[in-house]
Design a protein. Structure first.
Length: 262
């Protein structure tokens, strides 16, 4: 795939169980149908990885950064249980776009975004590949009933002013539910597509050791990248992060030549 010199960026909205969710699509500024990826941001979503979405679009891969129900202007109350339904409908919306090759779609999950990313990859057989950036996992070990209140207090502070109707009771219930029902550490076992795992050696939020455990539970084909010195949001290591993901997506979302229209 040749790299284009210009892209189109557009704000969009889509429906999710009666709510209007918001997002932004990055796509090549040329007529055709292109492979695409959905980016699932973390909690609360300060790092939305717009720079990654932009670079993917310059490399002929449509990118969709969306905001979960109750997050960053999307309608509804925020809930961790709504992460997967939000991602499900974001993927279907992206597939419906006239410039997307619906048979060449992947998912990227950053931090808490690993929850919906792993679930979609396990439940949606049409998805072709996934990338996990500093993925959150192992909730059963981290969020026990004895320690959940400390976790909730931290999440409440992080989400203030960014997430709608944030509730301690809802977060507490959601975290315990995630640990039992939707932990990426367990869900990843049923994913059958190529997976890339990337973590920074200085990540103290989702440590390299925790990411390695998630990687070990995944099926082949898979690849693990440790970026030396990088933190949880790869703040000073964006070039190796972005290059690794672009190369992975170009390999695993290969474009059929006949689908280009211009």
């Amino acid at each position: 795939m040749d790299k284009h010199s210009s892209i189109i960026v557009e704000n969009v909205s889509f429906e999710n169980e009666g709510y209007k969710l918001l997002g932004r699509i990055y796509r090549p500024n040329v007529t055709g149908k292109f492979p695409a990826v959905v980016l699932c941001h973390g909690y609360p979503g300060d790092a939305k990885n717009m720079d990654l979405a932009e670079e993917l679009a310059f490399n002929n891969i449509v990118s969709f950064v969306f905001y979960y129900r109750g997050a960053w202007g999307s309608e509804g109350a925020y809930s961790l249980r709504a992460l997967d339904p939000s991602a499900r409908d974001a993927i279907e919306f992206l597939r419906s776009r006239p410039f997307v090759d619906s048979g060449r779609v992947g998912v990227i999950g950053h931090s808490m975004g690993a929850v919906p990313a792993s679930k979609r990859l396990s439940a949606d057989p049409k998805l072709k590949t996934g990338v996990f950036m500093a993925p959150a996992a192992g909730f059963a070990a981290r969020v026990s009933k004895e320690h959940v209140d400390q976790y909730v207090e931290r999440l409440m502070s992080m989400g203030e002013g960014k997430l709608n109707a944030l509730s301690e009771d809802v977060l507490r219930s959601d975290l315990l539910w995630l640990a039992e029902n939707l932990d990426p550490k367990d869900v990843i076992r049923s994913v059958k597509v190529p997976l890339l795992f990337i973590v920074g050696s200085n990540d103290t939020a989702t440590t390299p050791e925790a990411c390695r455990l998630l990687y070990e539970n995944a099926n082949q084909p898979k690849h693990f990248i440790l970026i030396d010195g990088a933190d949880h949001i790869f703040s000073e290591h964006k070039v190796p992060l972005i290059n690794s993901i672009v190369n992975w997506m170009r390999e695993h979302l290969k474009k059929l030549e006949h689908s280009f229209l211009g």
